[in-house]
Design a binder for this molecule. Structure first.
Ligand code: ATP
Ligand code: K
Ligand code: MG
Length: 655
């Protein structure tokens, strides 16, 4: 399959594919290089991406965005409460996880965040498959550095439900940094690495990673984020300001009308973008509420004062990331900036002030993450050869493994500390008298949002057999923080002490001296243990059900689209045939045929506005064929005549 990388943005998502000649951005059905991250629900089908955006205003309560914000969150998570203000559908508690309720197929329907993300990923898969005309399976998805174990697992579940194979989940800025390392290869130092700060401010979130980078490799030294800082906060600040203004000017409150409020958000976003390049900009919306047209304007300074509290939050993530990396902002060699919101002049000015240096924009601000992710997916591909590039990521939350005390007097150990690099593995030894359990948890769950589950995974380790007369046996466990930042127990086996013969190395020995052996005690592997794990992922049974459900919704959507297509084809045929009957087909039909066909065309047309307005694909096809049975007869005569004329003019020429 063609490896692809996916920047799962909160506002817009970007797809890139790796092919032999390099990395390409995939355009969607309307030739855009990014796709709105929205899922809409209708009376008959779902609308995903561009079509969801088109219908957003007319279907505001059943259009869901902010998918990455609720994915893998427990309902009691603090962040969920914060998030609810950005949603136009209610956030609900689905067995402890977050979901939403929408009107779909005429019924109130609940969907989990994982299902919503799966729907979107499935659409992205279809877009990619259509564009590359190949099989699409392996995906590398980029996520914010602050994504927890549960969020990463939920994303993997969503990808699987969408029929994808999530080969790796990578941090957004790490993907961008890898892209930078690969594409700027020749400008990078070979020995002493340079320090680059990568900064991404998008629609919902703001992250900074400090990266040591040289030719062929990089290491993320520190990362930090403000999870609640992005372009949407600017849009809301402008909208709230305008809401007050309209209230005093026109005596209506757009806050009471979700559709009007959303139209102002969209206009505010446009206004904000204009203000990044101009010092003043107008805004006007027709018939916003109560049939009133509104207009206003905003100066850049006014916008800056509206978002002053946000601007004051710009330095914190930079300082925290630098502290994690053990450097000062002024020690950074280059500052690479990506994400739509870094186009705001006041933000650029703040960043320049903190680093005391100008900013660099060598990466494509909108596509760098997807490109890097596609490259990383290609690294994992068995069929595509890519230049080797080594990268190590930064673990933001300390992880401890724990077990029940048996022969040892400790029952836990911090294994992957905060700030450690990953992927990484650690071998530990436990002295066990019988089969046992081991678990992994956040060392300080209090550092995470309230409601984040503390326990990440539990494994049952089976097959422990003691040597005769022994009270315990050494069990070796290989613990891993895998490339996607997920915990695992990769290997487990028992070892025993055995006397083994070992050759004594004598540097003075002559060539034909007999080798000398001695007996030494050595730990040797006895047997492998069986590992079964429970993760913060969906149970297999439920996952299978969701795959089936998703597939049936895809089929249904396809049927609705095909039906619509057939209906349009019929409508077009009516107009086409009617026109030709009076024109080029006229000499080839008898008056009786003409009368009969005209009558049929008229009846079918009436039918289309009546009973045939909303019917089955089969009935549209049947109507089409009914008309075509006469239409094709006449067309046949017309074509025969054309052919006859062509032949005769050809033979005239030859003569
Ligand atoms: P996130 O990274 O938070 O998941 P995202 O990846 O979808 O979100 P981006 O695509 O990086 O976000 O950026 C989108 C945001 O950038 C939107 O809020 C958009 O309004 C804003 N934006 C884009 N262009 C400009 C501009 N010229 N001036 C100001 N803001 C802009
Ligand atoms: K994006
Ligand atoms: Mg982004």
């Amino acid at each position: 399959s063609v490896p692809f990388g996916f920047d799962f943005g909160n506002n817009n998502s970007v797809i890139a594919v790796a092919r032999n000649r390099g990395i390409d951005i995939v355009v969607n059905e309307v030739s855009n290089r990014s796709t709105p991250t929205l899922v809409g629900f209708g009376m008959k089908n779902r609308a995903i991406g561009e079509s969801a955006k088109n219908q957003q205003n007319s279907n505001i309560k059943n259009t869901v965005g902010n998918l990455k914000r609720i994915l893998g969150k427990n309902f009691t998570d603090n962040d969920v409460q914060i998030e609810s203000k950005y949603f136009t559908s209610p956030l609900i508690d689905l067995n402890g996880k977050v979901g939403t309720k929408v009107r779909f197929l005429g019924k109130q329907t609940e969907f989990s965040a994982t299902q919503l993300a799966a729907m979107y990923l499935n659409k992205i898969k279809q877009t990619t498959a259509k564009e590359v005309k190949g099989i699409i399976k392996d995906i590398c998805v980029a996520v914010p550095v602050w994504y927890t174990e549960q969020q990463r697992r939920a994303l993997a579940d969503a990808a699987i439900i969408a029929g994808l194979n999530p080969v790796r989940i990578v941090n957004e800025l790490t993907a961008a940094a890898v892209g930078y390392g690969v594409f700027k290869q020749n400008d990078l130092p070979e020995d002493k690495p340079k320090t680059v700060a990568f900064i991404d401010i998008g629609h919902s979130s703001y992250s900074v990673s400090i990266v040591a980078i040289k030719r062929g490799e990089l290491k993320v030294l520190g990362s930090a984020s403000d999870k609640h800082f992005g372009g949407r906060d600017f849009d809301i600040a402008i909208t709230e300001h305008l809401a007050d203004e309209f209230k005093s000017k026109h005596k209506f409150d757009i806050r009471t009308n979700p559709k009007a409020y959303n139209r102002v958000i969209q206009a505010s976003e446009k206004l904000k973008k204009v203000l990044s390049a101009n010092s003043e900009a107008p805004i006007s919306i027709e018939s916003l509420m109560n049939d009133v047209d509104v207009r206003s304007h905003l100066k850049r300074e006014e916008l800056e004062s509206l978002v002053q509290p946000l601007l004051e939050k710009v330095p914190a993530p930079v300082l925290a990331a630098c502290e994690a990396a053990g450097i000062k902002p002024t020690d950074v060699d280059t500052i690479e900036v990506i994400g739509g919101t870094t186009r705001v002049p006041a933000i650029k000015a703040k960043l320049i002030e903190i680093f005391g240096k100008k900013l660099s924009f060598t990466l494509n601000q909108d596509e760098a993450i997807a490109r890097g992710a596609a490259f990383i997916c290609a690294i994992h591909s068995p069929t595509l050869r890519v230049r080797p590039f080594k990268f190590e990521d930064y673990n933001p939350y300390s992880i401890t493994y724990f077990w029940e005390e048996d022969q040892e007097d400790v029952d836990h150990m911090e294994v992957f500390g905060k700030g450690a690099s990953y992927p990484s593995a650690k071998l530990i030894t436990l002295y066990r008298s019988k089969d046992f359990q081991i678990g992994a948890k956040y060392t300080n769950v209090k550092e995470l949002p309230k409601g984040t589950p503390e326990i990440l995974a539990k494994w049952n380790i089976k097959g422990v057999e003691l040597e005769e007369g022994a009270e315990s046996i050494s069990c070796r466990l290989k613990l891993r923080l895998d490339p996607s930042g997920l915990v695992s127990v990769d290997k487990a086996y028992t070892v025993v002490e055995k006397l083994v013969k070992e050759e004594v190395i004598n540097p003075d020995a002559k060539e034909d001296d007999e080798p000398v052996f001695k007996e030494v005690k050595k730990l040797v592997k006895k047997n492998d243990l069986v590992i079964t794990g429970e993760f913060l992922a969906l149970p297999d049974q439920l996952r299978s059900e969701l795959i089936e459900h998703e597939n049936s919704m895809v089929m249904e959507d396809k049927l609705v689209a095909d039906t619509e297509e057939r209906k349009n084809a019929l409508e077009e045929y009516i107009y086409d045939l009617r026109g030709k009957l009076e024109d080029i087909y006229a000499p080839f039909a008898s008056q009786e045929e003409k009368d009969k066909l005209s009558d049929m065309l008229l009846k079918t047309e009436d039918w289309l506005y009546d009973e045939g307005y909303d019917t089955t694909k089969a009935r549209y096809i049947a109507k089409y064929e009914e008309l075509a049975s006469i239409g094709n007869l006449i067309r046949g005569r017309y074509l025969a005549k054309q052919e006859e004329e062509r032949q005769s003019s050809k033979s005239k020429q030859e003569a």
